[in-house]
Design a protein around this ligand. Structure first.
Ligand SMILES: C[S@@+](CC[C@H](N)C(=O)[O-])C[C@H]1O[C@@H](n2cnc3c(N)ncnc32)[C@H](O)[C@@H]1O
Length: 369
């Protein structure tokens, strides 16, 4: 059978269902989809001073009924599912108009929802008539290809973006694409009515893909996904049916200057997750530590323990146990990760057991396996 190659870093003009079905099956690492919302706006919206609200009333957002919208949704999601690698994931963004229908269809098709993330808008459009709450968020559904499927998630990288705290599912991001980021035509009008902020895509792409992966967006619009994917050294594929948006996207992406980094800098693989397991006893058996050697609790030379031949340690007050239990003993029973709290002497310096373990992994070539 002829091997079909992927049209990497290109925008394909056409209907996303047709185009997706021409791609090789199981070839895409990550999909970000910002489909029509089916806003069902019946009339023009006006502010209290009677100026017209620049709302989303584009032809591409019109569907005659929920049934029609659901049939369309089922088709494009099915096509995405075919193109995704089994280890791939998909993000779909929407509002209350469509996201519940989309979520139910995703589950019906076998996708496994990993999170729903709320993008909280710091500058939402008010509810001008004052008859409802201000609609101040959009929802992103993140799903794998099925229950138990392996997938990419860079927990440590997300902590890095969040001052070292676990990233939560409510995202307060900078305003809707505004200012210099908002693409405008020659008359100053928005080039696309629903351009998404680059900060949103930055989080999506960084958290759930790796450099060199293929990120596909079936509703490419002004190309925000391509801009951020290029910046993060991912390959991208955009599908869009409107020529004028394709032009906008092409200009935006061509203008992105990519910094050249080495792979080690770009790679945000979680060390904790990918590091091969090494026991305390392994360090002892391999001569990285000796029985009889002293370990110091939080670098306190008065608070030490001695390593026993069976890889337990003995504190000054006679407690014997693992590095974790002995640490906990010194912390009045609080949980303790002994790797982080115990230090040993090396060439006149104190180094943590976790540092010693890391050196062992590197010197033993455990990362190369
Ligand atoms: C909500 S907008 C996406 C905006 C985009 N995320 C951005 O940041 O600019 C949806 C886009 O999908 C396109 N579209 C709608 N139906 C489509 C289809 N069946 N195939 C391909 N593109 C489609 C529309 O022309 C529109 O540009």
């Amino acid at each position: 059978m002829e091997k079909v190659s992927l049209p990497l870093n290109q925008i394909i003009e056409g209907d996303c269902i047709d185009v997706l079905n021409t791609l090789p099956a199981a070839s895409i690492d990550l999909i970000f989809a910002d489909p029509p919302y089916n806003l069902q706006l019946q009339h023009e919206l006006h502010r209290p001073n009677m100026t017209k609200v620049d709302a989303v009333d584009d032809e591409w957002d019109q569907f005659d009924s929920f049934q029609e919208y659901d049939a369309f949704t089922r088709k494009w999601l099915t096509a995405c599912r075919r193109a995704l690698k089994p280890t791939g994931t998909i993000w779909v963004i929407g509002t209350y108009h469509n996201i519940f229908r989309v979520g139910a269809i995703m589950q019906d098709l076998g996708f496994w929802i990993l999170n729903d993330v709320i993008w909280i808008k710091t500058n939402p459009m008010p509810n001008f008539r004052g008859v409802r709450f201000t609609n101040a968020h959009e929802t992103l559904i993140w799903a794998s290809t099925g229950k138990g499927a392996r997938y990419t998630f860079h927990h440590q990288a997300m902590k890095g973006l969040n001052e070292d705290k676990q990233m939560r599912s409510d995202w307060w991001l900078l305003p809707l694409a505004t200012g210099a980021e908002r693409v405008r035509d020659g008359q100053g009008r928005k080039a696309h009515s629903t351009q998404k902020p680059e900060a949103l895509l930055y989080r999506v792409i960084l958290s759930s893909s790796n450099p060199g992966d293929v990120v596909l967006d079936p509703f490419f619009g002004s190309g925000t996904t391509g801009v951020v994917a290029k910046r993060l050294h991912r390959n991208w594929i955009g599908i869009e049916k409107e020529k004028e948006y394709i032009e906008v996207a092409r200009h935006r992406i061509d203008a992105v200057q990519v910094e050249i980094f080495d792979f080690a800098t770009l790679n945000v693989l979680s060390k904790a997750k990918s590091a091969p397991k090494v026991e305390f006893s392994t360090l002892l058996e391999n001569g990285y530590l000796r029985s009889g050697q002293k370990l110091y609790f939080n670098k306190d030379t008065a608070k030490f323990a001695t390593i026993k031949p069976d890889a337990r340690i003995r504190t000054i007050d006679g407690f014997e146990g693992s590095i974790h239990k002995a640490g906990s003993h010194y912390m009045n029973g609080a949980p303790c990760n002994g790797w982080e709290h115990w230090y040993c002497q090396e060439n006149g310096h104190l180094i943590s057991l976790s540092e010693l373990r890391e050196r062992f992994r590197v010197e033993m070539g455990l990362y190369d396996e």
